[in-house]
Design a protein around this ligand. Structure first.
Ligand SMILES: CC(C)(COP(=O)(O)OP(=O)(O)OC[C@H]1O[C@@H](n2cnc3c(N)ncnc32)[C@H](O)[C@@H]1OP(=O)(O)O)[C@@H](O)C(=O)NCCC(=O)NCCS
Length: 140
């Protein structure tokens, strides 16, 4: 059964296996957990059936708490996709952010229609990416 929560106190790195699908280099589970804990908001979809004990999906938000928020990460494990988990994670992370002027994220063009379902607009942007930083970044 999938349970949604923003309580990360019981999450262990080994529950975060299988994410960052298709990345040639990706954050370690310990880095991943530090990302969740360091975020302004994080919501996880926990598969708490006895033999799973696994995070099936997660979303994070960073924010100044006044005007702006950014959603850097949303991912649902392949075996759990197309069951509405991403939609529920987005709904929960957006809840209560109505006071912010902007909530932004960056995605591939094919996903823009998905995010329009949550009232978001397609736009253009610019990004900086440093794959080497993944190896040189030890969580505190
Ligand atoms: C995108 C993602 C988070 C959606 O989560 P999900 O739980 O599978 O999605 P939901 O069940 O809430 O919604 C399913 C809908 O999203 C659509 N969708 C899923 N991935 C899509 C993609 N890459 N491009 C376009 N549409 C997509 C499905 O076609 C489906 O549409 P339908 O409702 O018309 O049938 C998930 O597919 C995922 O983790 N993908 C890999 C990582 C990723 O791309 N993350 C987003 C980074 S911005």
């Amino acid at each position: 059964m999938i349970r949604y929560t923003d309580d990360l106190s019981e999450v262990r790195p080994d529950m975060l296996r299988g994410f960052f699908v298709g990345w040639p280099r990706h954050p370690s589970p310990a880095q991943h957990l530090a990302v969740l804990r360091g975020s302004y908001r994080a919501v996880i979809a926990l598969d708490d059936t006895a033999d799973a004990d696994l995070i099936a999906g997660f979303v994070t938000m960073i924010s100044d708490g006044v005007l702006t928020a950014f959603i850097p990460w949303l991912e649902v494990l392949p075996g759990y996709q197309d069951q509405g988990i991403g939609t529920e994670l987005m709904r929960r992370v957006l809840a209560g952010t109505e006071r912010f002027y902007s909530v932004d994220l960056v995605c591939d063009a094919e996903l823009v229609p998905y995010y329009k379902r949550f009232g978001m607009l397609g736009t253009s942007g610019a990004v900086l990416r440093r794959p080497d930083a993944l190896e040189n970044n030890t969580p505190l």
